[in-house]
Design a protein around this ligand. Structure first.
Ligand SMILES: [Zn+2]
Length: 393
């Protein structure tokens, strides 16, 4: 009898895939490097994204150590995005994802490493830090609503590698009067933060819904949506820098069209709206981080009320008691260190905010956040904005 023993293989050759060097440490035991990404000066390495597939391990017990986790954040060394409380997700079909149970994950301080203990039951097993959200998934969403008359999609520029930068406008013409203000929402400045895209999809699905509330929201505001600020990063499984190594949520105080064409195009689209005499009621960019969840922005009158609406009416579970007034820059005295909110507020007094949403356990949800939670947040976010400005009238 001939036994064909297929070797276990690891691959990240798919959209959004990311995996570094793989070494065999013993029988059924592999060390898998998290590739991470560094900036244009080879600083600020962050290793917060891995997405790969294990093939031909069905019936085996595998130990996978995720290694090379250490990095640097805002020039502070020794940080690591993967922690003892990280729960990677797995999928047997590449579509439906579930968090690994606590018993399958162990933190190894020496290294450090996150050890995954897997009883593999299927020929293919996908593993990722968060549920992936690719350009293909975004394109499917756009196709789903292509015939919807309330949605207009345009391309405002191209990424470093020539991918289109989309701007979606959701609006229904109302009864006339003053031209409505824009609500400007930005997603996925950092490509590892796939939860940001799920929140964005939640916003879009709610706004394009048939409810009276959504219809009113479409009439009252022009919703401007930048669904993927770094499409190259989504394609390559990047972390937080564009293909030239530039952080797309820094560098907003500089306009470097050759280095950061993404920022140049986004900034131009936003300022063009203002230059046409229109207004922006608020701007928000949504991010993910490991343990904290917060809203920060400029010292505008409505911010504390919006924070309360989000805290009380959505899945938002802030780790800070109040909304935070942002600083002028992330790194004092160094050019190229302003984030989008800091620069939009400084240059044009746009009430621009950033929100971080946690990846790790969320006590308000009673679980690690899943796709449904992000989608539901998006719906709640749009409603919170409508409520906020309805109160103001
Ligand atoms: Zn981010």
């Amino acid at each position: 009898m001939l036994l064909l023993l297929a070797a276990i293989t690891f691959t990240s050759s798919f959209e959004g895939g990311a995996l570094g060097r793989v070494e065999r440490a013993g029988p059924g035991h592999y060390r898998c490097a998290v590739p991470g990404q560094s900036d244009q000066d080879n600083r600020n390495r962050q290793a917060s994204w891995y997405a790969f597939r294990v093939d031909d391990a069905a019936g085996k017990r595998l130990t996978i150590d995720l290694v090379q986790l250490l990095g640097e954040y805002n020039y502070r060394a020794g940080t690591h995005a993967v922690t003892a409380r990280t729960r990677p997700l797995v999928s047997t079909d590449g579509t439906r994802w579930t968090h690994l149970p606590e018993s399958a994950v162990e933190w190894v301080e020496a290294g450090p490493a996150l050890r995954l203990k897997l009883d593999v039951k299927t020929p293919r097993l996908w593993i990722a830090h968060q549920e992936p959200y690719t350009n293909a998934r975004l394109a499917a969403l756009a196709r789903e609503f292509a015939a919807n008359k309330s949605l207009k999609a345009e391309t405002i520029g191209k990424s470093v590698e020539g991918r289109p930068l989309f701007l979606w406008t959701i609006h229904d013409t109302g009864a006339g009067g003053e031209p409505p203000p824009a609500v400007w929402l930005m997603f996925r400045q950092h490509s590892w933060e796939s939860g940001s895209s799920l929140a964005g999809e939640g916003v879009v699905r709610w706004l394009l819904g048939a409810t009276a509330e959504a219809r009113l929201a479409r009439q009252r505001f022009v919703w401007k949506i930048l669904p993927a600020a770094d499409p190259d990063g989504l394609a390559h499984g990047g972390v937080r820098f564009n293909r030239n190594g530039y952080d797309l949520n820094r560098n907003w105080d500089l306009v470097l069209p050759d280095k950061t064409p993404e920022i140049a195009a986004q900034k131009q689209a936003i300022f063009h709206w203002l230059d046409e005499g229109r207004t922006i009621a608020l701007f928000l960019s949504i991010h993910n981080t490991e343990t904290s969840e917060y809203l920060e922005g400029p010292p505008v009158e409505f911010a504390p009320r919006w924070f309360a609406l989000l805290r009380d009416g959505t899945t938002f579970h802030p780790s800070r008691p109040d909304y935070t007034v942002m600083t002028a820059t992330t790194t004092e005295g160094k050019p190229g260190r302003m984030n989008v909110a800091q620069a939009l507020w400084r240059e044009r007094r746009i009430p621009a905010f950033l929100m971080e949403q946690r990846v790790e356990f969320n006590e308000k949800l009673g679980r690690y956040p899943v796709a449904e939670d992000r989608l539901s947040f998006g719906a709640g976010l749009a409603q919170s904005i409508v409520k906020l400005f309805a109160q103001e009238r």
